[in-house]
Design a protein around this ligand. Structure first.
Ligand code: 9MR
Length: 567
């Protein structure tokens, strides 16, 4: 090489290094919305570009190398978010790694990964959140790390409120999970949530093995999820009266301030006794009882007997609704229609006992095969029944079983149609209190359809919906605390607000956009559009609270995906 050539090469190298260092990475754009946790290699991979026009996008790896190029598709206007929407698809990129999406003159996305087991951590955290909600016991550092705390609410001697049908004395009712951002314990919500997660254990008994969650029971030889559910189930059992009826809730008369559980200052009462609580008790005890037979035959037999007792009470008290007594203002969880609660109880009791009277009941009291949105504690009980019956369809007359399967697939297909039509590729068109649980419940329905049919389109639908929870939504937030790049920092959750730790307790699905904005006197929302009616501030109980029935379908869906998306 001549001296001249050598000089030229040196100069070129110098200049190209200069160029490299000057090629600044694009700034993160909040208008590019995607699943900030990531995708399995074989997943459908979509993202949204809101309120901008562009024709192409690039996927770049961590070294800044281009790994995929694609075209954006115009999806029109989404009135629910008030946005012009474009979407991109990079499903063909299957190589594991960490990536960002870049769009010229707009910016870059938050990073995301493509890998096997991509939701493992999110799944563990979403179950562990129940451990953090445990009442009456300390959260020890060994299990809770920085979120350790002293025991709160022993609930060992709770007076009966007059609404308990004037029961005298006190109830020993320790344990269970705090319902949500508040410290109440409510039977109907406990039952629907536990039921949804029991369904997972029925499908995949080994999905959450022993010692996978680092909870006090880890190492006892049984699934950690079982252990967690048992903590709740054992509390639920304390709420049954001797005559079989079940009390509605255990709370103080009013919500407390934002204090730690151990600083509780309000007396707690056993409040209400009614048809919904009793039937939901019957259902979940029959379900848990039958699933727990071999692990603990005594517990199981007692649970089923107590479920039958509850059923009988409900038959004698077919229409005892609950509403808050005048001096009580904690969560109401009110219901006035009990046909679906009867149906769930009859379904679980039939599967547990095989007794024909329950099957007859189901036959003569059919429920519409639908998913009624919002208030899953009120409406999803029907779906819990369907899911259990479908899983146990060998116990049903053939005709009943096959029409139930086709009804379920029809319901799932209607969700897929909505996903395809919707600019964000979600199936939800109403955004009410706890809308994220509606989204996840729809994903659960799709998972069940996949289990019934093995058809890939259903699991892909569940993933597309799940992407919404992890960031592919009009707010751009990843709605699982502790996860994602645009994180929820100020959930309406008393311990997270009072523990002095910057990051909230991880693993909670927060309620999500709620166009009713019941807290708007205290919360300044930045948008009135339903899909954007969300604010990451502590006072926003209507959009930013956590709740056990919002996490339950997340646990189900993430587990289902982990079990079925091997690649
Ligand atoms: O999740 C419940 C939602 O469906 C109702 O519309 C709302 C108002 O009644 O209550 C929600 O449940 C809250 C409960 O009453 C008390 N604990 C916190 C729950 C989540 O916000």
């Amino acid at each position: 090489m001549t001296f001249k050539q050598c000089l030229y090469l040196t100069l070129c190298t110098f200049l190209s290094v200069q160029c490299e260092t000057e090629k600044l990475p694009l700034e993160t754009s909040e208008n590019i919305r995607l699943n900030q946790i990531g995708y399995y290699p074989s997943s459908v991979k979509e993202f949204i570009l809101a309120d901008h026009k562009a024709s192409t996008f690039r996927v770049m790896d961590t070294l800044g190398e281009l790994v995929f190029k694609g075209k954006l598709q115009d999806r029109g206007t989404w009135d629910t978010s008030g946005e012009q929407v474009m979407s991109g698809d990079f499903s063909d990129l299957k190589t594991p790694g960490t990536y960002i999406i870049e769009i010229d003159s707009i910016g870059a996305s938050h990073p995301f990964s493509i890998e096997k087991g991509v939701y493992e951590e999110a799944l563990s955290a979403s179950i562990k959140s129940y451990y953090f909600q445990r009442a009456s016991m300390p959260i020890e550092e060994t299990y809770g790390g920085i979120y350790k705390r002293a025991a709160g609410h022993p609930d060992s001697a709770c007076a009966y409120h007059a609404s308990s049908r004037h029961k005298k004395g006190q109830l020993n009712s320790p344990g269970g999970w705090y319902d949500a951002g508040d410290y109440g314990k409510y039977i109907v919500n406990a039952a629907v949530s536990t039921g949804q997660m029991l369904h997972l254990l029925e499908q995949y008994p080994d999905a959450i093995p022993d010692a996978s969650l680092n909870i006090p029971e880890s190492g006892n030889g049984q699934s950690d999820l079982w252990d967690e559910l048992l903590y709740e189930l054992n509390w639920i059992r304390t709420m049954q009266d001797r005559d079989g009826g079940v009390y509605h809730k255990l709370t103080a008369k009013n919500f407390s301030g934002f204090i730690m559980p151990e600083n509780y200052d309000l007396e707690r009462f056993v409040i209400g006794k009614g048809t919904a609580a009793t039937l939901n008790y019957a259902a979940v005890m029959a379900q848990a009882g039958r699933l727990y037979t071999s692990a603990d035959p005594v517990w199981s037999a007692e649970a089923i007997i107590s479920a039958e007792k509850a059923w009988k009470w409900a038959l004698r008290n077919k229409n005892v609704p609950f509403s808050n007594p005048e001096d009580v203002s904690t969560g109401q969880y009110d219901d006035t229609v009990f046909s679906d609660d009867f149906y769930w109880a009859a379904a679980e009791l039939y599967i547990a006992t095989g007794e024909k009277k329950y099957l007859k009941y189901l036959d003569s009291h059919p429920e519409p095969y639908q998913h009624q949105l919002t208030n899953s504690w009120k409406f999803f009980v029907r779906n819990n029944a369907f899911h259990s019956l479908l899983e146990n369809r060998d116990k049903l007359p053939e005709k009943t079983a096959s029409s139930m399967v086709s009804n379920h697939l029809k319901l799932a297909d209607s969700l897929l149609v909505k996903i395809d039509k919707n600019p964000y590729h979600v199936a939800l068109d109403r955004y009410e209190w706890g809308s994220n649980s509606d989204v996840l419940n729809q994903a659960m329905i799709l998972c069940v359809a996949h289990r019934l049919s093995g058809d890939e389109k259903y699991i892909a639908g569940a993933e597309r919906i799940n992407d919404y929870i992890f960031g592919k939504n009009a707010t751009g937030y990843c709605f699982l605390t502790g996860f994602g790049s645009k994180r929820v920092m100020f959930p309406h959750h008393r311990p997270s607000g009072a523990d002095g730790i910057e990051d909230p307790v991880p693993g909670f699905v927060i309620g999500g956009p709620n166009h009713d904005r019941q807290d708007q006197h205290d919360v300044e929302y930045s948008s009135e559009h339903p899909a954007k009616a969300y604010k990451d501030v502590e006072p926003s109980f209507a959009s930013n609270e956590v709740c056990i029935n919002w996490n339950a379908p997340a646990v189900f869906v993430l587990s289902y995906l982990e079990q079925n998306r091997k690649e």
